[in-house]
Design a protein around this ligand. Structure first.
Ligand code: ADE
Length: 237
């Protein structure tokens, strides 16, 4: 399957810059003067690619990670550009006990929240989300990517309850944007495709923040390779 206009949404510049540089994307004006998101454009064959990086928070001067900026970015991007695919790429934590390794890149076949626990009838499922995702089994095999559940939460660390919820999934990665993006994609009826590269093993014995910073560069390069290969496959020649 190919797409005419793809919006790639990424949270951090360190994750996005290798892709932006490899594709020689050109910087565009901001989507809105008050929003921190940075916009870039380019072409892959006949397909238009727009990259939106969530940008630097104006007050805290760090990358705008988390589901709130991701949701805002997705809405602004869909409204401005009307893509036929939302591609979301980023880094994640994963379980060694479920076969994960540093810099392994996964394709999400399920997207949930693990930090929206609402034990009121009807609200439980709303909290979990379980948003629709775009998958292609043959393409995932060709690109050597395994499918996984992508679970979003707004903390880098993990409490016991998070651990219990995540551990119920056969295969799972933990990150901070996918569910916010997939939520908007569903509302706006644009397919969502998420791929995530492992920076840290949540059951590996190291502190997430230390392991994340240690592997951010090589994990982002592994992500770049898969994103470029994927874009080749889903763009119009
Ligand atoms: N991104 C990379 N590693 C992560 C983790 N352990 N938790 C949440 N987001 C992450």
């Amino acid at each position: 399957m190919t797409f005419k206009k793809i919006v790639l949404i990424m949270a951090m510049h360190s994750e996005a810059d290798p892709i932006r540089d490899a594709l020689e994307l050109e910087e565009m004006d901001k989507l809105h003067p008050s929003l921190p998101m940075d916009s870039y454009k380019g072409k892959i064959g006949q397909t238009e690619l727009l990259l939106l990086v969530n940008g630097v928070d104006p007050r805290f001067q760090v990358d705008s990670i988390g589901t709130q900026p991701a949701t805002l970015a997705t809405f602004a991007a869909i409204q401005a550009w009307q893509p036929d695919l939302i591609l979301n790429a980023g880094t994640c934590g994963a379980f060694k006990s479920k076969g994960a390794e540093i810099a392994k890149v996964y394709w999400g076949n399920k997207v949930i929240h693990h930090d929206r626990r609402i034990s009121i009838p009807g609200f439980k499922e709303y909290g979990v989300g379980d948003y629709p995702v775009f998958t292609d089994q043959a393409l995932a095999q060709k690109l050597e990517m395994e499918f996984t559940t992508i679970s979003s939460g707004n903390s880098l660390d993990m409490c016991d309850t998070d651990y219990q919820i995540l551990d119920q999934e056969e295969r799972v990665v933990k990150e901070m944007e996918a569910a916010g993006i997939a939520y908007v994609a569903e509302l706006m009826q644009v397919p969502y495709l998420g791929i995530k590269s492992v920076t840290d093993l949540v059951d590996g014995g190291m502190l997430a923040q230390d392991e994340f910073l240690l592997h951010l560069k090589n994990s982002s390069l592994a992500l770049q390779q898969k994103v470029l290969a994927l874009l080749q496959e889903i763009s119009i020649k």
